[in-house]
Design a protein. Structure first.
Length: 192
C-alpha cells in the first residue's frame, strides 16, 4: 500500500485513538488504538524508531560506542529534520474511499514491529478478538520520515487523551509490567 495520507484523532466518546490510513488509490484502513495497547506500544515504537534512526546515520557502527546523550541528540536531530519536511497542514481528504477491511475500524489487540535493512519499519496491526473466526490483520511498511510523522500525530493524540505519564520512556520488562504500571497509576501520590 502506497500511503497518501495519515490521520490520527482521539475520540473522547470512545476513549480511543482512531488512525486512518489512506492510500494513493483511495483505499482506507481504519484502526482503533486503546490506552491499554498504547501503554506497551508507545515506548516500543519510540525505542525502535530511535535505534533505527541511529543505524541510518553516516557514522554507522562508530555510534555503537557513543554515549547515550550523543545518541539521543543525533536521533532528536533526525526526528526534527523529518518533522520540518512533513506536511501537517493539508487536511485529511474525506469522502468516498474503498475499505478493503470493512467499514468498522480494526480494534487492534497487538502490533508486531520489525525494522527492515533498507530503513523502513514494518508494522503489522492485529485484531485478535475472542469470538472472531479469524483475526483481521493490516501490515504496512513505513519509511523513517513517515514513521516519525505517525509518531508525532500519535503524540498529539496522546496529549489530547490525557492518558498521562506512562507514555514516557518506560518499556515493560516482563509480562506483568503493564499491570504493575496500571496499579502504580492508581496509587495516591504525595508531594512533600
Amino acid at each position: 500500500m502506497q500511503i497518501h495520507q495519515l490521520s490520527v484523532t482521539y475520540l473522547a466518546e470512545q476513549d480511543r485513538i482512531l488512525v486512518r490510513i489512506k492510500s494513493s488509490s483511495a483505499d482506507e484502513i481504519r484502526l482503533w488504538l486503546t490506552r491499554r495497547l498504547m501503554l506497551g506500544l508507545w515506548p516500543l515504537l519510540s525505542k525502535l524508531l530511535t535505534s533505527h534512526l541511529l543505524k541510518l546515520e553516516n557514522a554507522g557502527r562508530s555510534l555503537d560506542s557513543a554515549d547515550d546523550s550523543l545518541k539521543q541528540m543525533l536521533a532528536d536531530f533526525r526526528k526534527e529534520e523529518f518533522l520540518r519536511q512533513a506536511d501537517f497542514e493539508t487536511p485529511y481528504q474525506e469522502g468516498e474511499a474503498q475499505m478493503p477491511l470493512g467499514p468498522e475500524p480494526l480494534l487492534i489487540t497487538d502490533v508486531d514491529a520489525t525494522p527492515l535493512a533498507d530503513g523502513r519499519l514494518r508494522l503489522s496491526f492485529n485484531e485478535r478478538l475472542p469470538n472472531a473466526e479469524e483475526p483481521r490483520v493490516f501490515q504496512v511498511e513505513l519509511q523513517p520520515a513517515l514513521m516519525q510523522g505517525l509518531m508525532h500525530l500519535l503524540e498529539q493524540s496522546l496529549a489530547r487523551a490525557q492518558w498521562a505519564e506512562p507514555f514516557g520512556s518506560h518499556v515493560p520488562t516482563e509480562a506483568g509490567g503493564l499491570l504493575e504500571d496500571h496499579q502504580a497509576l492508581r496509587r495516591p501520590r504525595y508531594l512533600n
